[in-house]
Design a protein around this ligand. Structure first.
Ligand code: ATP
Ligand code: MG
Length: 356
């Protein structure tokens, strides 16, 4: 019996609804397999915690999370707490504190879910987007001077370090190598940005020699959006900067049906700290409490979590169960269906047990 301890941070909005659903299917999976024990500890951090305590998580929060094998995260965001507080106060503190520098976003069209792209079906689009998660355009460097005056200047400085770029590109090559097509696309904007972006290109070229069996190419981010829409079959693993991958993965999410199915993993590839697994979507206040949040993204990120823990068989079993629920047409309203969160959870649980 292999045992894992997992910190659950459901946080805000629909976060608790989808994390509940995720824990339910993971418990069914563990029980059904019999070789796996998952122990969940709940943390009530988030916007309600902030309203009571003035912080999104306690000062020793990272210390308390450090001993876990993984973090299962819901969503942050509240109507009455500013976005920079909710985001920086919890999620980004964990990402940065645990140096989760690789943000990994699998994207594919699941059976039973239609893409807005004509002629594109399940299997035609199967990507993993690797987003640099620790520096770049979101470094926070910059400033504003002469506020409000005609001569005001605002600057956001992109910071790319050789260490930071090498490690994310190496991670992406390794991931591409582990996938059947062994195909990597490195995205930059090195025609217009002549410093950090050119360094990305040079580092990609250098690291490619460590992976002679991986076929790779370079794309400018603007041309990349066109290729994603017009030739989705030509792509497999994609690596890009913090900003570029942020934008490309929203596009990818739209091409695969709904934000409600898109998962993401914040990985510390060196395994010094726990990695964090979450749906891409936010707290979705418009549907909170209605019982109709799509739990698929939260199930899929659990597949990523199991893979990261080395439980590949269990991960495959859960992924197949998710696909079976889609095939059976058990879909929430964001995907044009009528099912509730609970019905999708039951359908996936039944599929794990081999009942549908
Ligand atoms: P945040 O600032 O917290 O990221 P947001 O307003 O940017 O929030 P989301 O909360 O992700 O965005 O929601 C965007 C839209 O997608 C909303 O209309 C929401 O209802 C819908 N949505 C997001 N996640 C889901 C889900 N799991 N199931 C169904 N609909 C969803
Ligand atoms: Mg958002």
């Amino acid at each position: 019996m292999r045992e894992y301890s997992i910190a659950a941070i459901p946080a805000d909005g629909i976060g608790p609804e989808v994390i509940d659903a995720g824990i339910t299917v993971l418990e069914v999976l563990a029980e059904q397999r019999g070789d796996l024990k998952l122990e969940f500890s709940h943390f009530d951090w988030g916007s309600d915690y902030y309203k009571r305590n003035g912080v999104m998580m306690p000062a020793d929060g990272l210390e308390r999370l450090r001993k876990f094998d993984a973090i299962y995260f819901g969503a942050v965001g509240a109507v009455d707490v500013p976005d920079h507080v909710t985001l920086w106060g919890l999620r980004l503190q964990i990402c940065q504190g645990f140096d989760q520098y690789a943000n990994v976003r699998p994207t594919k069209i699941l059976p039973g879910i239609a893409s807005p792209l004509r002629d594109v079906r399940a299997g035609d689009l199967d990507w993993v987007i690797v987003r640099e998660n620790s520096e770049g355009e979101y470094s926070g460097a910059g400033g504003r001077v002469h506020r409000g005056l005609p001569e005001e200047v605002g600057m956001d400085v992109s910071v790319f370090t050789r260490v930071g770029v090498e490690r994310i590109i190496r991670y992406a090559f390794r991931l591409a190598q582990s996938r059947p097509r062994k195909l990597l696309t490195v995205v930059t904007k090195s025609n217009a940005q002549r410093h950090g972006m050119v360094m990305w290109d040079e580092i990609a070229e250098k690291i490619s020699h460590e992976f002679p069996d991986v076929t790779w190419d370079k794309m400018l981010v603007d041309a990349m959006t066109v290729r994603m829409v017009l030739k989705p079959q030509s792509l497999d693993t994609i690596v890009a900067t913090n900003l570029h991958a942020d934008v490309l993965s929203d596009l990818a999410g739209a091409l695969t049906g709904s934000l409600g199915v898109a998962p993401t993993a914040n990985i510390d590839p060196e395994r010094r700290f726990p990695s964090m697994f979450e749906p891409i979507h936010g707290s979705a206040f418009d549907i909170t409490g209605k019982g109709i949040a799509n739990p698929i993204a939260t199930f899929w990120t659990a597949v990523q979590m199991l893979s990261h823990l080395g439980e590949h068989e269990a991960a495959d079993q859960l992924m197949r169960a998710i696909e079976r629920a889609g095939e059976a047409g058990i879909l929430t309203p964001d995907l044009g269906g009528k099912a509730t969160t609970r019905q999708v959870t039951e359908a996936v649980s039944d599929a794990i047990r081999g009942r549908n």
